[in-house]
Design a protein around this ligand. Structure first.
Ligand code: SAJ
Length: 413
């Protein structure tokens, strides 16, 4: 019942299915059954509460017999390999519930071959054969955190079946609530398609981050360069930033590398470029603070991207860690992050006496900050914007020295 399982369960329930949502975390089950929601996502609370109130959705700690089982558990990165233990445990937990004719769908992102060679053998411990006794399919989730519900209902989906009949059976289920197109294929193709989607984005962002470094060297403004290049009808560069976070784009390309290490060279290099962006941010911070005694840095944002509460693999945490290792006084402010985090404090506390505000996450609340007011509370009026998100003119007018990622020499000219 995480970022994918919970919205999927609620959407199915609101489309008339009787749904049991399973989570091994007892506290999650308790929160949901008592009317709460443990995840921040626009529209999710209303949807989930509606589903629970209708009586069609309830949460449990263990699976029970059902017609359809959807596995939507994390596949974290273990060094450079997919940790499939959650998938394996989830599959094992339904073996005892599996009956002739059931449908099992894996939605978790996995290396090619996982559904057929890892999940199927576990489920076959039930005595039933995948593709004959029960249906098995892989239908990777594709939703963007921040727009999960809309994308769950509207995005096209790719459905890979162990057999054609398995894919068609899963198609029947998704067609009950997905308005997008449903494309059928085999499980390994569907698995690779998912990895390619996130890798495409990672490689594109790596190019943008590399361009930021090129512009730093050349004294140009990367934001202007990208904006102008994107006016070409066939160019669509993404944006540079402090790095790539979240549990998907910074992780999934590794599964592709894992499956073909000698071939996936560009993918590996892109990961390295994006993972080293926090070092670029660090060097900009050090440059801004070099003449200040015992400086204090305020990080605006810890979440991996704007308007979400998720800090998994967040580049902001990497910047925080690097600053702490170097002994800086660091405060972090994030209106979306509620779980305890090192250095996290209120805006008032975070900004008081600060020598540099560093915009790391593009939360809408930061856009509304009044530079005049912030300036009066800081010791030194300096801003580093790693996402070109704030109104540079307004901050400069309030007496700030403003630095932006990808404009190292340009902004000093
Ligand atoms: N980022 C940039 N520059 C950009 C865009 C993003 O630096 O121009 C950074 C973000 O700040 C963030 C990271 O990349 O740290 C990832 O953010 P994101 O919004 O690009 O993607 P996610 O991880 O929230 O969701 C992605 C989506 N995949 C694609 O767009 C191909 C989503 O559709 C997937 O369902 C999701 O991964 C997933 O679960 O796999």
């Amino acid at each position: 019942l995480g970022y994918i399982g919970l919205p999927t369960a609620a959407v199915l329930a609101t489309h008339g299915f009787q749904v049991v949502g399973v989570d091994t975390d007892a506290s999650v089950v308790k929160v949901l059954n008592s009317g709460g929601v443990h995840i921040e996502e626009p529209g999710l609370r209303t949807l989930v509460q509606g589903a629970f109130n209708s009586g069609l959705l309830r949460a449990e700690e263990k699976p029970i017999q059902a017609d359809v089982f959807i596995i939507a558990v994390p596949t974290p990165l273990m060094e450079t390999h997919a940790d499939l233990s959650f998938v394996e445990n989830a599959a094992a937990s339904i073996v005892g519930c599996l009956r002739q004719g059931n449908l099992v769908i894996l939605e978790s992102t996995v290396p090619p071959g996982t559904t057929a060679h890892v999940v199927a053998p576990i489920l076959e411990r039930s005595g039933l054969k995948a593709g004959r006794g029960f249906h098995l399919a892989h239908c990777p989730e594709r939703v963007l955190p921040g727009s999960i519900i809309k994308e769950l209902l509207e995005n096209d989906r790719v459905i890979g079946g162990i057999t054609d009949a398995c894919a068609r059976r899963a198609q029947e289920l998704y067609s009950a609530f997905v308005s997008g197109k449903l494309f059928l294929t085999d499980t390994s193709t569907a698995e690779l398609v998912k990895l390619v989607e996130n890798t495409f984005r990672d490689v594109n962002i790596a190019l943008a981050n590399e361009l930021a470094r090129v512009c730093d060297r050349l004294g140009l403004d990367v934001w202007e360069v990208i904006d102008l290049a994107n006016h070409h009808p066939r160019v669509n560069l993404l944006r540079p930033g402090p790095g790539v976070g979240g549990h998907c784009i910074s992780v999934d390309p590794w599964f592709l590398v894992e499956s073909a290490p000698d071939e996936a060279r560009l993918v590996r290099l892109s990961r390295a470029i994006n993972d080293s962006q926090p070092d670029v941010v660090l060097s900009l911070i050090e440059e801004a603070l070099q003449e200040i005694e015992d400086p204090k840095v305020t990080l605006l944002g810890l979440a991996y991207k704007g308007n979400v509460d998720d800090t998994r693999e967040s580049p902001a945490l990497a910047v925080l860690h690097r600053l702490r290792m170097r002994g800086y006084r660091v405060a972090a402010v994030d209106p979306h992050v509620t779980r305890p985090q090192q250095a996290l404090c209120s805006m008032d506390e975070g900004i008081a006496g600060s020598d540099l505000a560093v915009l790391l996450t593009d939360h809408r609340e930061f856009e509304a900050l009044d530079p005049e007011d912030i300036g009066t509370r800081m010791r030194t009026r300096q801003l580093l914007d790693t996402r070109n998100f704030l109104d540079v003119h307004a901050w400069r007018q309030a007496g700030f020295r403003v630095l932006r990622l990808g404009c190292r020499k340009h902004d000093r000219q």
